[in-house]
Design a protein. Structure first.
Length: 198
């Protein structure tokens, strides 16, 4: 019973931290502000989480789960597997442009992973599984070789994350539609297709 109450309270604190990030960004999260928002004292917060990093590490998992749930609820099924890949990455782009503070939290906050915590690796595998099926279709249809799948997937993901990061870290000169155009060009080049607009 006591453990269940602790877990409920941890969830409540995580939800409060999530609201702060969505509204004001991760820079706004402090123990003092969380105490004010949740009504718990500083001492109580440290009972539920060792420190702010431990809380934000737990929150990161929660927000990745939210993103996976939202993105996996969308059907990317297309006749052309290349169009399917594009659709999946377009949805990924849309998600972060709708939630820019989540992107900044994921990629600008200096997380310190707890020693021996392999949950992030497991969650990352699930996350990449979202477009793995589309990549497998490309292999089945002879568009790409099995041995090339890792490097091609990383090229697309790193390029897309880099473009989004540039957009969010500058004055927004790189717009969402420009990123989608660049992504289309890149994916068509990687899969040796002629460039066209989707």
């Amino acid at each position: 019973m006591k453990q269940a109450k602790k877990e409920r309270t941890q969830k409540e604190i995580i939800e409060a931290a999530k609201d702060i990030i969505l509204d004001k960004g991760h820079e706004a999260i402090t123990v003092r502000y969380l105490a004010e928002i949740t009504g718990y004292s500083h001492t109580n917060l440290y009972y539920y989480f060792k420190d702010l990093n431990a809380l934000l590490w737990a929150l990161r998992f929660e927000m990745i789960e939210d993103m996976i749930t939202e993105l996996t609820s969308i059907s990317f099924k297309k006749d052309d597997p290349v169009e399917e890949i594009l659709e999946a990455f377009f949805c990924y782009t849309d998600y972060f442009f709708e939630h820019p503070n989540i992107f900044r939290f994921f990629y600008f906050y200096p997380f310190v992973p707890p020693e021996g915590d392999d949950r992030y690796y497991n969650l990352e595998q699930r996350f990449h599984g979202m477009w793995q099926k589309s990549l497998n279709r490309l292999i089945q249809e002879g568009v790409i070789q099995t041995e090339d799948i890792q490097i091609v997937a990383k090229t697309i993901i790193y390029a897309l994350q880099g473009m989004i990061m540039l957009s969010f870290s500058s004055n927004g000169a790189t717009q969402k539609e420009s990123i989608k155009d660049e992504l289309t060009t890149l994916i068509n080049y990687l899969f040796k297709k002629s460039t066209k607009t989707f």
